[in-house]
Write a protein that binds this ligand. Sequence first.
Ligand SMILES: Nc1ncnc2c1ncn2[C@@H]1O[C@H](COP(=O)(O)OP(=O)(O)OP(=O)(O)O)[C@@H](O)[C@H]1O
Ligand SMILES: [Mg+2]
Length: 216
Amino acid sequence: MPIISVSHQKGGVGKSTLAYNLAVELSKKFDVEVIDLDVQETVSSYNRIRKIMGQEPLKVKIFTDHDELVHYFNIVDENKIVIVDSGGFDSALNRLSILAADFILTPVSSEFTELLGLEKYNQILQQISEQTGNTIIANVVLNKINPTQKHFDELIDFINNTDHFMKLDSVLRRRVDFANSVGHGFSVNELDASSESSKEMNQLVQEIISKGILNG
Ligand SMILES: Nc1ncnc2c1ncn2[C@@H]1O[C@H](COP(=O)(O)OP(=O)(O)OP(=O)(O)O)[C@@H](O)[C@H]1O
Ligand SMILES: [Mg+2]
């Protein structure tokens, strides 16, 4: 029962967008359940649009209570893949999703100010690591990157100098498809399987699968 937590205490980085697209893609092969911890209930809203537009809906559960989420993680079916869409802030619930995760996916943009957000997130991961005695690693995926940008030296330097981040190879560029697909009740792949956004999303899905976390 792998738990994939899409997490970053910084808002607006693309957690809900990636959680939704990842859930739609993995649902084609696996039994996927999405846990919505985002107070804006973004994935739940996207899923409502899916239903209205006649697409196969995702299984989405909303949690607002810490103990109920602990209970859920304790009893959830071994064969399910759980994808958690964390809120863009620090809270006991969001920390629990980091603590329980088998794989943490952290979208980050490439602007310099993003490093300040990562610095703060690094401190949170450090605190959770100290509490548990395990070094928690978040897998950083570059998201909303200008399609012409090729170098990410500052970010890579920063990541190499912290204990809690690994950079994934996949890079998701800034593409209008991510917003446009939602209105049709689609993922970017369902909107247009040959688009650049789909290819980039597929690469991310393959990279996550290649980490072996879905093999049990
Ligand atoms: N690769 C991308 N290209 C273009 N737009 C994107 C991309 N990823 C996300 N977005 C857009 O960025 C905005 C914020 O994305 P999203 O809601 O997924 O962020 P979030 O991290 O979940 O935010 P919050 O912390 O508020 O929950 C949305 O309008 C979304 O469509
Ligand atoms: Mg969100």
